[in-house]
Design a binder for this molecule. Structure first.
Ligand code: NAP
Length: 552
């Protein structure tokens, strides 16, 4: 018997650290880890001890005997990975951890901006690296924690959201204080954070979106997937957005996992979504939706698509939805070595599948770029240009226009072409890249490390990887920080916890602490429980604050 890693894998590699035979790969210190779609268990090496199952934060690991029908293909996916990769065994992989203290012996006083995965892994790593000799303050601009786990992960991926159980444990550590509803740069400045802490780690994610820069993009009916995701996931302030779902066709531009998430949500059975934590306003709108077809547009071929194979496979599990690929899109010029690419194999499978005549469908189109959003005062269609693949000077397969165009009618265009990080006053930022310039997590100012300023997650390395990738990203940052602390490069802060508390009480009386979050969490879960849902999200900021502060 072997264990199998399935779709929900978060890549945090907690399983790697406990595997006694080194059968889970790639490990964080192996090439390919940062770009791995999921981790894989070598069926020839697995001794079926189940240690990995115990520590997996998202319940993604299953014995092969317990795989349900839709998971059985992961048996093959795990095994096939090892056709092309070999690793020494047996062995034991221990993540490299740095342990250190300030030369003066005082506890590390650390501010972390953000409360998503990168922030929580930073807190975890800082607690480990100081053996708990730390006082950590987490600042989050929204009234609730967990960043993209709450507001990015699609509502039909509840298994992935389970990772927040681990974050709850991190936040519950006595050394950690959370300040929700407090925005760094607005309610407390960067110099003030530094005055109260040895160091600050910015793990503020990538809340902005990238534009297409094509004519018509400003038309009503054309929006970013970022806004659409914020809307259906109940980001405070996003509930009032409206999206016209009345037309029969929507087009999603981009070939990443966000494009697949958005396409899936647009065609999912509202009855299925009603069992999730999707925001109520979005559920009501989706119940009235007239959309029957979502076209997902990739500018390159199926082999170059940015989405991951497990997410592509999962599209086919969407009840009542056909997934359609035109066989012509898989033809010459779109793939270089199609037989070896699992993504091409899955797309080819979709192309040969018999269309079941489902009520709704997702059409995956490749080698097509958006040229112009069509319409006079609102979207009526999209002009697309056909591409071919050419190899550029760096050996990369890039899209090259053939000159052929086509107009596709639609009522909604969503661009899902990537996110961008944002800077904040007083901290050097690379606006072009949407990330901090950094060296191993040390933020650089004119090429030199800025004293006490660090970064982790998407705002450090750009919007890439899955949730667990941030664990190793944060570990690198904390290793640099603790090294600086131990070598005396981080002078003791001039003010302490009491001064910080007084400052926040004056500046932000609406700040919510952990007790307030637990109250809001319990409230949402209780309402959800009554309706057979994991939770019903409160989406109004004033109401969130009122519930959060109700017991104070
Ligand atoms: P992404 O993975 O970077 O994908 C962006 C896509 O947009 C690419 O296909 C890119 O094509 C395309 N694109 C960029 N500019 C374009 C243009 N001008 N015209 C047409 N297409 C264009 O970004 P994402 O989907 O926003 O995802 C961000 C990160 O979150 C990823 O790491 C993703 O895996 C992760 N995520 C994971 C999950 C999950 O695990 N379930 C869910 C959601 C998000 P090119 O490749 O040709 O540039």
């Amino acid at each position: 018997m072997t264990h199998v890693i399935t779709r929900a894998c978060c890549n945090d590699a907690a399983c790697v650290a406990v595997c006694p035979v080194n059968c889970i790969h790639p490990t964080p210190d192996e090439p390919g880890y940062s770009t791995a779609e999921i981790l894989y268990i070598d069926p020839k090496a697995c001794i079926d001890c189940g240690a990995c199952v115990e520590v997996c934060p998202v319940d993604a690991i299953t014995p092969d005997t317990k795989l349900v029908a839709s998971q059985r293909r992961f048996l093959d996916l795990n095994a096939r990975f090892f056709d092309d990769h070999s690793y020494p065994r047996p062995g034991f992989v221990e993540p490299v951890r740095v342990v250190g203290r300030a030369p003066t012996g005082e506890p590390l006083r650390l501010a972390v901006a953000g409360s998503g995965p990168a922030a929580m892994y930073t807190v975890e790593a800082a607690l480990e690296a100081t053996r708990g000799h730390a006082e950590i303050h987490v600042f989050e601009r929204l009234p609730v924690p967990w960043g993209l786990v709450r507001f990015g992960v699609a509502p039909d991926h509840q298994d992935t959201k389970q990772i927040s159980r681990g974050f709850e444990r991190i936040l519950a550590a006595p050394q950690v204080t959370v300040h929700l509803n407090v925005e760094v740069g607005k309610h407390i400045s960067h110099p003030e954070l530094l005055a109260h802490h040895h160091a600050v780690v910015y793990a503020t994610g990538a809340p902005g979106d990238r534009a297409l820069d094509i004519p018509g993009e400003e038309l009503d009916g054309c929006a970013s997937a970022t806004d659409f995701v914020a809307w259906y996931n109940g980001v405070p302030g996003a509930a009032d957005r409206t999206f016209d779902l009345s037309g029969p066709r929507a087009i999603v531009i981009g070939n990443g996992n966000v494009a697949l998430d958005v396409a899936r949500i647009l065609v999912s059975d509202p009855g299925v979504l009603a069992k999730t934590d999707i925001a109520d306003h979005a559920l009501a709108a989706l119940r009235r939706s007239g959309i029957q077809e979502v076209v997902v547009l990739g500018r390159r071929g199926p082999e170059q698509a940015a989405y991951t194979t497990p997410e592509l496979l999962a599209l086919a599990d969407t009840p009542g939805v056909d997934v359609v690929v035109d066989p012509a899109d898989l033809g010459a010029g779109s793939v270089s070595d199609g037989t070896r690419s699992p993504k091409v194999a899955v797309a080819a499978q979709f192309a040969t599948n018999r269309v079941r005549g489902a009520r709704r469908r997702i059409v995956l189109r490749y080698l097509a770029s958006p040229l112009q959003v069509l319409g006079a005062d609102r979207v009526t269609g999209l002009r697309i240009g056909r591409n071919e693949l050419i190899t550029d000077a760096d050996g990369r397969q890039v899209a090259h226009p053939t000159g052929a165009t086509e107009d596709l009618s639609c009522g909604l265009v969503l661009r899902a072409v990537g996110y961008r990080g944002r800077g904040l006053p007083g901290v050097p930022f690379n606006d072009e890249a949407g990330t901090f310039r950094h060296l191993s997590g040390r933020v650089l100012d004119d090429g030199r490390p800025a004293r006490g300023v660090y970064t982790a997650g998407w705002v450090k390395r750009g919007p890439s990887g899955v949730i667990g990738t941030n664990r190793w990203c944060a570990a690198e940052t904390v290793a640099a920080l603790v090294e600086d602390l131990a070598s005396g490069r981080l002078p003791a802060p001039s003010a302490g916890a009491a001064e910080l508390a007084a400052l926040l009480a004056e500046r932000r009386p609406e700040a919510i602490g952990r007790a307030g979050w637990l109250r809001l969490d319990a409230h949402e879960r209780a309402i959800g429980h009554a309706a057979g849902r994991p939770r019903v999200k409160v989406v109004d900021t004033d109401r969130m604050v009122a519930i959060g502060l109700s017991g104070e």
